[in-house]
Design a protein. Structure first.
Lengths: 322, 323
């Protein structure tokens, strides 16, 4: 098998055609009047919405921008710029009140205060990261909590499993509240909720069950991240969005997807994921990507473990029906 | 091959055998497949969640089952007391989370009431309300639902809703099921537990649940059991009489509403047998004899089941993915 750095280059026009008919067919088959898409100001939702517009026309695509008080303020600006450019109807719904009522911030901050008693949410910012250097040493997936005061890091510590679970449990309510808000709108308009999960996220379970994973159709699930960008460039996604570094935008201190989940740059995630899925010969992988075998083995081990532990996210809940 | 004449006895089960099988499977799935330490289960005080909880307690041990009560301001008071009753009966830990503030924050009540006013202008926020579907047995025009409201003096007003008003009422009310599920997942994620979904076979097959709401779960232990069979298991587990004798309700609207009014066209015993007949190749004629209803009505029931099954598969399946 041939394997090269341009492995994931696609015939963009052709790919767009295929996805357009998939969206139109799915909406038609289910007798819906269009789609609702959450616009995060990131590349995936920009491309998913642009494809929906190309498929259904701008009148049948509704954008929802759902910031909360810890979102990067630039996110909503980019989302609005993109929605205006596409000419779709959109609305901004601030989800902070729901999160406050749910206890998202309070529950999370209580755990953080136990770990770092000086924690003051009025000016400290937090993020959670994985160790870097995945390829160069045998790290485990230990998450760390990092707190900064706006200028410098003031605290950094590995998180205990119990505290990590508590923090993730609280912050996952952000994605789930957005899901609720999207469905409210979609059910109101007899439309489908369009998801924005790409292939690396899908394969490695980088989404919240019944949160951003709880949607009716996923037009990007087969696309590697670099392919999403290729399509985005052709469909005229604003430069601001194309140039932005991918981020989950879940914590108030900036954390990239790389730090938070993938641990290696996205173009390498793409190519290594491809070689892992397609069992490309090890020699070829090392040669083309200029990596050592033990580096590749470490990444594959990480892929395997993420794929296996997130299996339940991709299937129907187990039941005893025939 | 001859098939036996359709009768209610076909749904008879040996409860000890059914219970043993499902308990074994729950234990294997939660501890083995999922590698989770236990389960979270929302307790509504109804038969389905109560039986599901009993199964989990027997399968996983009572220390590994966390009950959750998620009342809101429009809930039937009985829901709280019966939920508490089953938690005490099974001796499991249970947490109460009032979801009213979340629903207020999301605009659930406000949006729904605005939608009701599209149909009944004089409706006030202090009045009660519920959605009622027409009975499919009376006519095929099932698409027009009505809203019933009750003013503060107890007078009832009933009016048909247009599609827009209906969609907005349902879309707003669905915040309730989705907020509950968000709360269940919060506790499950925190404790490294799985979330139990409690649809029975009627609800599961016919799509009587909210997508990403009560339809969302990691494991669904009674999705293969007809409603009547769930009651049989309830008696087998010796659940309190108050739970065994309570008629099924949706507890979603402020006025009392039966499941029959809102979704199923027949009382559940008849619905059970109709679904069984539909799935096992019986004719409308067989069904009309077994239920002692007219051919015309039996045909309507089959058409209703067919339509609902189509919707149900969309509600249960993972999102459509382009290949």
């Amino acid at each position: 098998m041939n394997f090269s750095r341009s492995q994931l280059d696609i015939d963009v026009e052709d790919e767009i055609e295929k996805i357009i008919s998939f969206i139109a067919e799915t909406v038609r088959k289910n007798k819906k009047d269009g789609v609702v898409v959450g616009l995060s100001g990131g590349i995936d939702s920009a491309v998913a919405s642009a494809l929906s517009v190309a498929s259904l026309g701008e009148k049948k695509v509704f954008g929802l921008i759902m910031p909360e008080r810890e979102s990067n303020p630039i996110s909503r600006e980019f989302a609005i710029e993109h929605a205006e450019k596409m000419g779709i109807e959109y609305e901004e719904v601030e989800i902070t009140p729901v999160l406050e009522a749910f206890g998202t911030y309070q529950m999370r901050d209580r755990i953080i205060s136990e770990i770092y008693p000086e924690y003051d949410p009025s000016y400290h910012r937090i993020k959670i990261t994985l160790p870097d250097g995945l390829m160069d040493r045998d790290t485990f997936n230990f998450f760390s909590l990092i707190i900064d005061d706006g200028e410098k890091d003031v605290f950094r510590s590995r998180l205990k499993k119990r505290d990590l679970n508590g923090i993730i449990a609280a912050t996952d309510s952000k994605q789930r509240t957005r899901m609720m808000t999207l469905y409210h709108r979609a059910e109101n308009m007899n439309r489908f909720v369009c998801g924005t999960t790409n292939r690396p996220e899908m394969m490695q379970g980088f989404f919240v069950k019944y949160g951003d994973g709880g949607v009716d159709l996923e037009p990007l699930a087969h696309l590697y991240k670099s392919q999403v960008y290729q399509i985005g460039r052709v469909l005229g996604v604003p430069d601001n969005i194309l140039k932005r570094l991918p981020s989950p935008d879940t914590f108030n201190s900036h954390v990239g997807d790389e730090e938070f989940f993938f641990k290696i740059p996205y173009d390498l995630v793409d190519l290594l994921l491809y070689s892992w899925e397609n069992k490309v010969l090890m020699d070829q992988v090392c040669d083309v990507l200029d990596l050592e075998e033990k580096q590749v083995v470490r990444v594959y081990r990480d892929f395997n473990s993420k794929y296996n532990t997130t299996d339940h996210l991709r299937i129907m809940p187990p039941n005893l029906l025939d | 091959m001859t098939i036996d004449k359709l009768s209610y006895h076909m749904l008879d089960i040996e409860p000890d055998k059914v219970a043993r099988e499902v308990e074994k499977w729950v234990k294997q799935t939660v501890f083995g497949t999922f590698r989770k330490k236990g389960v979270v289960i929302g307790l509504s005080g109804g038969i389905d969640s109560s039986v599901s909880a009993a199964i989990c307690v027997n399968a996983l041990g009572k220390d590994n089952v966390l009950g959750l009560f998620t009342p809101e301001k429009e809930c039937d008071i009985e829901t709280n007391t019966l939920g508490k009753l089953i938690a005490d009966h099974l001796e499991i830990e249970a947490i109460k989370e009032d979801i009213t503030p979340i629903l207020d924050g999301a605009g659930c009540y406000r949006r729904r009431n605005d939608a009701i006013r599209m149909t009944i202008k004089e409706f006030r926020d202090t009045w009660g309300s519920k959605v009622v579907l027409p009975n499919v047995l009376e006519s095929d025009r099932l698409s027009i639902s009505s809203i019933v409201v009750q003013d503060n003096e107890g007078n009832l007003i009933r009016k048909r809703m247009n599609f827009r008003s209906y969609h907005q009422v349902v879309a707003s009310s669905n915040f309730k099921q989705r907020s509950r599920k968000m709360m269940e997942y919060y506790h499950a994620d925190r404790l490294n537990y799985a979330v139990v979904g409690t649809p029975n076979k009627l609800e599961y097959d016919l799509g009587f649940f909210v997508k990403n709401g009560d339809g969302a779960a990691d494991i669904k232990p009674i999705a293969h059991l007809y409603k009547k069979q769930v009651y049989v298991l309830g008696r087998y587990y010796e659940l309190p009489d108050e739970i065994l004798s309570r008629p099924p309700t949706t507890d979603t609207y402020s006025l009392p509403q039966s499941q029959e009014e809102f979704y199923f066209s027949l009382p559940f015993e008849m619905m059970d047998l109709s679904l069984f007949a539909y799935e096992n190749g019986y004719s409308a004629h067989d069904l009309s004899e077994a239920l002692k209803i007219s051919m015309e009505k039996a045909e309507r029931v089959f058409r209703d089941i067919e339509g609902k099954k189509k919707v149900a598969s969309f509600l249960s399946n993972p999102p459509e993915i382009f290949h």
